[in-house]
Design a protein around this ligand. Structure first.
Ligand SMILES: [Zn+2]
Length: 85
């Protein structure tokens, strides 16, 4: 998926530091990523991880966690599709 597709589908993206002394996870701002990398930039680990750095310890050993739609978003989409039937 691209950065734009994640935004459109309501996904959230978190970066998780893999250093054992840190392990800090923080949400990534997809809008800011799109502005910086472009809407067509891939969001797979090998696309994005090299661009990221842990803001706490400065490590580049960072993993990505993609979360699906938020609960509210799912409810909104279900009610929308019900209206179409
Ligand atoms: Zn860290």
């Amino acid at each position: 998926m691209t950065v734009q597709e994640l935004i459109d589908e309501g996904y959230t993206l978190h970066a998780g530091c893999k250093e054992n002394t840190c392990l800090r996870t923080r949400p990534l701002d997809l809008i800011a990523l799109r502005d910086r990398l472009g809407p067509e930039h891939g969001t797979l680990h090998h696309n994005l991880a090299p661009k990221l750095r842990c803001s706490t310890c400065g490590s580049k050993n960072v993993g990505l966690i993609v979360s699906p739609l938020t609960h509210g978003e799912i409810i909104r989409r279900e009610s929308t599709s019900n209206l179409r039937r």
